[in-house]
Design a protein around this ligand. Structure first.
Ligand SMILES: Nc1ncnc2c1ncn2[C@@H]1O[C@H](COP(=O)(O)OP(=O)(O)OP(=O)(O)O)[C@@H](O)[C@H]1O
Length: 357
């Protein structure tokens, strides 16, 4: 029987992806490491800078792009995943990039609109936004709805000012993407790297919320996989509740989340405790190790002490489905990796200082 991470069944039991190889105690390469892509999962990829988190997230995306029945969406805050759409010889990865992403205002429900704008639904302005979001599908329509209400002028002005702020982010458009547009089989890379934190979070929340709702209502067939790089950025912003909902309730509607972060101590403990597959690259910060050990105490403490990865690409895998821990090495990328650090020596310099050398 060939073991598959994330499921209690062998390779023939359903869809899987090739993640890498087992790593023996002497560092040599072992059998292939497969991961379940058939059922929903909450995956956490951690590691200090430069040890392979984005690389690994890319490998997961490559495997998902070939799996029938799933819709992979990568939220890309550093702009390093567009390379998934670049052809690399024989590769069969199909991906498209949304370079200036906009989402439909109706992706967010009325409560989310209030949270997005920092307004309590119980306040005058918040109540107006809530009702406007129920009635209108565009920000213009919401403003018109607020303006036409018989609420006090101060509440109307406050609500409209907040809505105008959201409009100024340029990420809401009634022709923007919704879950229906993301529900194909190709990987969609949502490049939010040009956005400030608030609009970046708004896009992430809208997509996470709409994908979840689309599965609950049966609007989309394929199982969505939402992949987030630099995940701590979203848990400290307005995307947080939508991500928590997928973590705690995503399994039933079949929505998966793959989170990558260099700071496990900066994501909520629920993101670690709900994880059913942890891929840990090298970590050295005590705070980050403690955050993992606190939320996943059963297998981690001794495993991390004994088998801490030392080189980029090496991982320690903690698999909750089979209650096992494995040392592995992530396979090479098929598409180019976009997250390489720049090096000064690769820069072609024409100024005087370069001439001196
Ligand atoms: N599985 C792997 N096989 C081969 N090389 C790898 C692998 N994983 C990582 N590397 C190498 O390590 C480098 C750093 O990886 P990556 O960019 O994914 O790091 P990171 O942990 O995401 O860093 P950061 O936090 O700065 O984004 C890559 O550019 C690549 O050269």
């Amino acid at each position: 029987m060939t073991f598959v991470l994330g499921r209690d069944g062998d390779l023939e039991a359903g869809l899987s992806g090739h993640l890498g190889y087992y790593r023996a105690l002497d560092g040599s390469r072992g059998a292939m490491l497969h991961v379940d892509l058939d059922g929903p999962h909450a995956v956490l990829i951690v590691g200090k800078r430069g040890y392979g988190k984005s690389f690994t997230l890319g490998v997961v995306a490559e495997e998902l792009s070939r799996a029938p029945g799933v819709s992979p969406v990568v939220i890309d805050p550093m702009g390093v995943f567009a390379t998934l759409a670049e052809s690399a010889g024989e590769t069969t990865v199909s991906a498209s990039v949304l370079e200036s992403p906009a989402v439909t205002p109706t992706s967010l429900d009325p409560r989310s609109w209030c949270e997005l704008l920092g307004l309590s639904p119980e306040s005058g302005a918040g109540g107006l936004v809530w009702r406007a979001a129920q009635e209108a599908a565009t920000i213009e329509g919401m403003c018109t709805h607020v303006d036409a209400s018989d609420a006090p002028g101060t509440d109307r002005r406050a609500a409209i000012n907040h809505l105008e702020l959201a409009r100024s982010w340029g990420v809401f458009d009634d022709a923007g993407v919704s879950a229906d547009d993301l529900a194909g089989g190709d990987v969609t890379i949502v490049d939010v790297s040009g956005l400030d934190s608030a609009p970046m979070n708004a896009v992430c929340r809208a997509i996470a919320e709409d994908l979840y709702r689309a599965r609950v209502t049966g609007r989309v067939q394929r199982l969505p996989w939402l992949l987030l790089d630099e995940a701590h950025t979203f848990f400290t912003g307005v995307a947080d509740p939508a991500l928590r909902r997928i973590l705690t309730r995503g399994r039933a509607p079949g929505v998966s989340l793959v989170l990558a972060t260099q700071r496990p101590s900066a994501v909520p403990s629920v993101a670690i405790s709900q994880t059913d597959l942890l891929l840990s690259h090298r970590l050295t910060s005590r705070a980050d190790l403690e955050a993992l050990e606190r939320a996943q105490p059963t297998y981690l403490r001794s495993s991390l002490d004994e088998r801490m990865p030392t080189a980029p690409g090496e991982v320690l895998v903690v698999d909750d489905a089979t209650e096992t821990v494995h040392a592995g090495r992530i396979r090479n990328r098929e598409t180019p990796h976009g997250g390489d650090s720049p090096s000064a020596s690769a820069v072609s310099i024409t100024d005087e200082r370069a001439d001196r050398h």
